[in-house]
Write a protein that binds this ligand. Sequence first.
Ligand code: ADP
Ligand code: MG
Length: 748
Amino acid sequence: TINRPKDVEEARLLLPIVSEEQPIMEAIMLNPVVVICGETGSGKTTQVPQFLYEAGFGNPDSETPGMIGITQPRRVAAISMANRVAHELSLTSSQVSYQIRYDATVSSSTSIKFMTDGVLLRELATDFLLSKYSVVVIDEAHERSINTDILIGVLSRVIKLREEMWKEGKAGAKLLRLIIMSATLRVSDFVENKSLFPTPPPIVNVPARQHPVTIHFSRRTSPDYVTDAIKKACKIHARLPPGGILIFLTGQNEITADIEAEDMEIDLQDQAQLDSDFNENMGDADEHVLEGDLDEDIDQELGIDTEESEVPMHVVPLYSLLPSEKQMEVFKPPPANARLVVVATNIAETSLTIPGIKYVIDCGRAKERRYDVTNGIQTFQIDWISKASASQRAGRAGRTGPGHCYRLYSSALFENYFQQFSAPEILRAPIEGVVLQMKNMHIDTVVNFPFPTPPDRFALQQAEKVLTHLGALAKSTSPASNREMVDSQVTDLGRTMALFPLPPRFSRMLAAGQHHQCLPYIIAMVSIMSVGDPFLYEEAIQEGDSTQEDSEDISYLTNETVKAKEMRRLRRKEYFQSQHRHASLGNFTSDILKALSVVGAYEYQGGGVEFCSQHFVRFKAMEEIHKLRAQITNIMRLYFPETRAEFSAKLTPPNKIQVKVLKQLVAAAFIDQIAVRKDLTEHKGSSGGAQYSNSHSIPYRAMGISEDVFLHPSSVLSDRPPPDYIAFQEVVRTSRVFVKGLTTVNPA
Ligand code: ADP
Ligand code: MG
């Protein structure tokens, strides 16, 4: 009954995993938990769901009628893999469906469901036994995202419960199977963890059918890796045989920078400094390396002449903020005769296999969010990747034939500075959200939870403290429990908060914000905060032309440079006008109200890319905010019919009273994230210390942070006299410790 397209049938036979179908299915039938390891591209994500489907999983008339669920850490992978598997099996998009935060194609006829790991985690809160599923596949487990780790811990308990019920012969009880898939062999945190799986699950290794990849280290580690990467790509293009080029850079800024642009972005200069520090340390170690250009060695080796190429390059960017349909471009074949060049962040490291890549250029760095659990300070750092990541990146060149990987760093640096593996996310990110999810599943003693890698106890305590502050948790008052340590439990408010796909702080605002017809604004504000600041700040307006052609007549300017300069001046003027306009909602007191203003204006004009260019906001962020507003409104209507929540995209500006209420709600939600002007804490009682005309360089103090903090220059408060108290959304360390997402607070 399986009817695959002919080309699919042929391509499948070449995938290493297809010859392992028998041992894989045997292991799955005989064990409740199975671990499958196989190189990226070996066929795990597309084929394992098909093996299960062919064996009757997800078929209502079989012994295993429940759905096949597959989790992905990223939305783009959930969507593209669902499409691909539907195509391979010639099934419809409701039979093979996906569900992500904003969007789903699931129906009663769904047999195979791809979803983000966050979606499955929330399903567990309403159906702990996952009764709709007969098998769950946790994919990309090697990435060790928080959600993946928690899911594996929870599912280890769920499969046991399902087995007990099945053994007791409960009506309709069926087994649930768990499959953990990893692109690396580093699975000891799962298989050797006795509290997780008392009987170690079997590991099926899919032998790699990987072609050899020749690794070329750079002689020196140049700080300007963006330029180096571009140069290297051009050289490969001019001199080496056909085959796609995949370039790994660290962030969107670098990727969107014009491939021929000479001026690099400002934040890369800090990076240059960091790199040159490394180079000073590494200088000696590099001395022994042969003089002479490696490229030329290769050219000789391969007998290539150095003629310019006449074939065009087809450059495609790939990063997570790119709209999904743009992300799909990488799967399309390049125009006839052109060479595909994909410029990507580490999204291309394991989850998407881009066809036809023969050359990989690896900058060796990745941008990572770090989070200090002791004080909540975040840093976005570009740092060296792990050796495991470097090898994943190199592997991308050997899918279709022998390939080459050019590492833009020296082998000495690689040996001495690269960690073997990177630390799991749970050790370096806030965990309030998952702690609430766990409490909501009645896992009360979180310290005893079978984490693959347990987080710091202090981090767990901290998370419980924040959740208690927010009213989501309370100590149990049951007289039956007379233990010394009473674990806190989820409150009614906490249960409500857990219904939303949002960080607890934001769901708290929704649960509280139903007065003065404020709900639509609160929904919009939490959507904004959850998606992230939509504004593009000053550096974003360096390029691009004025969008208002008729704004000022500049046709009298004939000299091209003068004209370009004048265009930039006009564009800047537009930028400041638009910033000023939106900041005036709430009279320059809140970054969140400023974003609310732009969302209102966007919806009023019916959305669109043009609006975004005129108002200096990110289109993808605006679209996500739109979808999230609709989704949250639906949840409100479903669970809180008394709120009469109705979604209408358009928002009239809030009135004065509403603005006041909104600001109070922000203050309440960020009650433990308030900063006070430092001079106020020093001159007790005096109202307002010295007078300043702006907040630049005015130190503030915040609870739990031992250093002074400063208002971020992007804030609407930055160019105003410094307020006494502010609520902040996040703390970021760059050149200083800055608080961001600010709203002034009036002390009661
Ligand atoms: P793994 O999960 O082991 O990394 P996948 O199952 O994702 O491997 O990929 C197996 C093969 O299927 C790869 O060779 C890839 O090129 C191909 N493939 C995956 N998605 C698509 C797609 N959307 N279009 C064409 N080929 C695809
Ligand atoms: Mg995969």
